[in-house]
Design a binder for this molecule. Structure first.
Ligand code: SF4
Ligand code: SF4
Length: 392
């Protein structure tokens, strides 16, 4: 196994003081500009020295806090991060109603050689033709000749695409054509099984895994991450905030830094990709580089975890076997989380629309009494009603 190392951009802990007037361009959108001006008026903007870890067998050294682009409307926010050393960005075309890759392309102008780009193949794209088309469309939207990591989006288990020969042949062909460099998968549900399948694969086909991982994750997931890392698969954490719900339970404290630190204290995780909407969120998340998970973080997460327990869905999918209709409860709850916690109605609706109608929350209308059981005590009928109200 490759020795895991942590790299810092400079030897001594040193901070770069960045006046916002000196940032990358004049193309701020209104929201980004207002946000930037507010910060500039209140204090100087401080970035930590970037900290890097190696992404498994890819050998790429990426910043431990990298950029999840899915919620970022302003390319300038990403561009600022790239200029200060953040060197990995994760996107997918379907985010922001199909516009997210184009926003990333604008942020990458003049910086493509310094930033690793990861995007995704839609879950429905399984044939050679569909995958080629997906990748070509992504390359065009991203205005690049290649992506560093191409990921099968939302893999739900061992039998879902991982060992599909047509998909593998197509990915190899894309690599031979120089259009992709490494292969990955992403998983929100059943991530332990997905990681174990990758680790056990004798062909060592997939190089990376982007998985849901946060302080609410199970021991099984933690162990699967360690196993995947020992197999030299680069593991990246997403959904590190357990929803990132707003709660008054913490007074002036935000749980975001504590949650990020929790994920990154696991040295089997190469990086996390928090979604950062604006400069305030960028600053909050990026500051975590070089920080340790401490006692106060532990207290914050305990209190936050208790506050969100009545509505945070672990997306484990265990309830689905108890529903006679096989309703896609975890994906419905994920869509709901995008609407309620991420405050991204477009992402929520596009995620919900991917669920077949017969497995959506509308299926519950034929049920007189809900018999589905949540292992974490969530009120499933209430969640399904809420999903119908907001998303159907
Ligand atoms: S009401 Fe409950 S048991 Fe009926 S379809 Fe919906 S989730 Fe399943
Ligand atoms: S509702 Fe409960 S059992 Fe179902 S996916 Fe969410 S946490 Fe798991």
């Amino acid at each position: 196994m490759r020795q895991k190392k942590e790299y810092s951009g400079i030897d001594r802990r040193e901070f770069l003081r960045v006046g916002l007037a000196g940032t990358t361009s004049v193309l701020f959108g209104w929201e980004g500009l207002a946000d930037a001006m507010q910060i500039a008026a209140s204090e100087s903007f401080v970035f930590p020295a970037p900290v890097y870890r190696v992404l498994g067998r890819t050998g790429l050294k990426i910043t431990i806090v990298s950029f999840g682009a899915m919620l970022t409307p302003e390319p300038e926010v990403m561009a600022i991060a790239f200029d200060r050393g953040v060197n990995y960005v994760d996107t997918a075309r379907r985010y922001m109603g199909g516009k997210n890759e184009e926003i990333v392309a604008r942020a990458l102008k003049g910086k493509r050689d310094r930033v690793y780009v990861a995007t995704k193949i839609a879950p429905a794209s399984r044939s050679k033709e569909a995958i080629f088309k997906d990748v070509e469309t992504s390359l065009k939207a991203l205005e690049t000749d290649y992506v560093d990591i191409i990921q099968l989006h939302n893999v739900t288990g061992r039998e879902d695409r991982i060992f599909n020969p047509e998909i593998r042949e197509t990915l190899v062909r894309l690599k031979e054509q120089g259009k992709v460099r490494f292969f990955g998968v992403t998983s929100h549900t059943n991530e332990a099984e997905v990681l174990n399948a990758l680790a056990e694969d004798k062909d060592r086909f997939f190089d990376t895994a982007l998985v849901k991982y946060n302080f609410k994750s199970s021991q099984e997931t933690k162990e699967a991450i360690a196993r995947a890392a020992r197999a030299d698969i680069g593991v990246i954490a997403m959904k590190t905030q357990a929803g990132g719900y707003t709660t008054g339970a913490l007074g002036p404290f935000s749980p975001h830094q504590a949650a990020l630190k929790w994920a990154l204290q696991d040295k089997h995780v190469t990086a996390a990709i928090p979604g950062m909407r604006n400069i305030t969120e960028l600053r909050e998340d990026i500051s975590v580089m070089g920080m340790r998970f401490g006692y106060l973080d532990k207290l914050i997460l305990k209190r936050y975890g208790t506050a969100v327990a009545p509505y945070y869905c672990h997306l484990c999918g265990q309830c689905e076997a108890t529903c006679p209709q096989g309703t896609a409860i975890s994906n419905i709850n994920r869509s709901l989380m995008y609407a309620e916690a991420y405050r991204s109605p477009a992402l929520a609706r596009s995620t919900y629309r991917e669920i077949p109608l017969s497995l959506s929350a509308s299926a519950c209308l034929d049920c007189s009494d809900c018999v589905a059981k949540c292992v974490n005590g969530l009120d499933i009928p209430a969640k399904m009603r809420r999903a119908r109200k907001l998303l159907a």
